[in-house]
Design a binder for this molecule. Structure first.
Ligand SMILES: N[C@@H](CCC(=O)N[C@@H](CS)C(=O)NCC(=O)O)C(=O)O
Length: 230
């Protein structure tokens, strides 16, 4: 194609520390669409600038701009990328029933997994809290029971095929599994699923490195908050 007519890449505001941003990166990698990556440093408050709030009033990352259209919420972005750029629909099936089932898992990540991670992490990362209580940890671990059940008869969270729901769930779980450990005897299916996902292309670089960095920063900030409280 003549360079002049080459379409601009979709722009993604993101951070490698952010689980939902990594879910989008796992999806774009699987779909094979190149994104123009624009890092946002949440700890420095770069998402709270007037310019960014104009783009996304919810001031969250990931936020995608494609062809001038703004799309936010990782789950919506992942579905959009597969629909628009995917060569096939396995990652986000067009079949009504299958799609509804994948959507249910996406809402499970949004409303349960990520919500519980956020409930624990956010006060510590941003507001000087030291509350890393057993209650909050056990609340996260309750979701492992649900995942274990989902994975009882299938290799992926929504059946026999890898879908965007796996990318969204794995990005969240791997960001919190040190503070809320996954017992290998209680959750063998969940542990096997994590291993399966870790074998997907470029997984280490796209997801695990950022997840490890987030867990490290979380521990450092928690220790710092605790030392200030003394
Ligand atoms: N449901 C949203 C959650 C996005 C979200 O909360 N992202 C965090 C970073 S991991 C964020 O942008 N926090 C800043 C804020 O809420 O102001 C999604 O999946 O995109």
């Amino acid at each position: 194609m003549d360079r002049k007519y080459k379409m601009a890449k979709p722009v993604l505001y993101y951070a490698t520390l952010s689980p939902p941003s990594r879910a989008v990166l796992l999806t774009s990698n699987a779909v094979g669409v190149e994104l123009e990556l624009r890092p946002i440093n949440l700890l420095k408050g770069e998402h709270l600038t007037t310019e960014f709030i104009k783009i996304n009033p919810q001031h969250t990352i990931p936020t995608l701009i494609d062809d001038g259209n703004v799309i936010y919420d990782s789950h919506a972005i992942c579905g959009y990328l597969v629909d628009k750029y995917g060569k096939e629909d396995k990652l986000y099936p067009k079949d009504l029933v299958k799609r509804a089932q994948v959507n249910a898992r996406l809402h499970f990540d949004s409303g349960h997994l990520f919500a519980r991670l956020r409930f624990l992490y956010e006060p510590i990362l941003y507001y000087g809290s030291t509350d890393c209580s057993m209650d909050k940890i056990a609340y996260i671990q309750k979701t492992y029971e649900i995942l274990e059940e989902m994975l009882k008869e299938h290799p992926y969270v929504c059946g026999d095929d890898l879908t965007i729901a796996d990318f969204c769930c794995v990005a969240t779980i791997t960001s919190v599994d040190e503070v809320a450990p996954i017992d290998e005897f209680k959750f063998p299916k969940l542990r096997a699923w994590l291993k399966r996902l870790s074998e997907t292309p470029s997984y280490q670089k796209i997801n695990q490195d950022g997840a490890d960095e987030l867990k490290k920063i979380f521990k450092e900030i928690l220790a710092d908050n605790r030392s200030k409280q003394k």
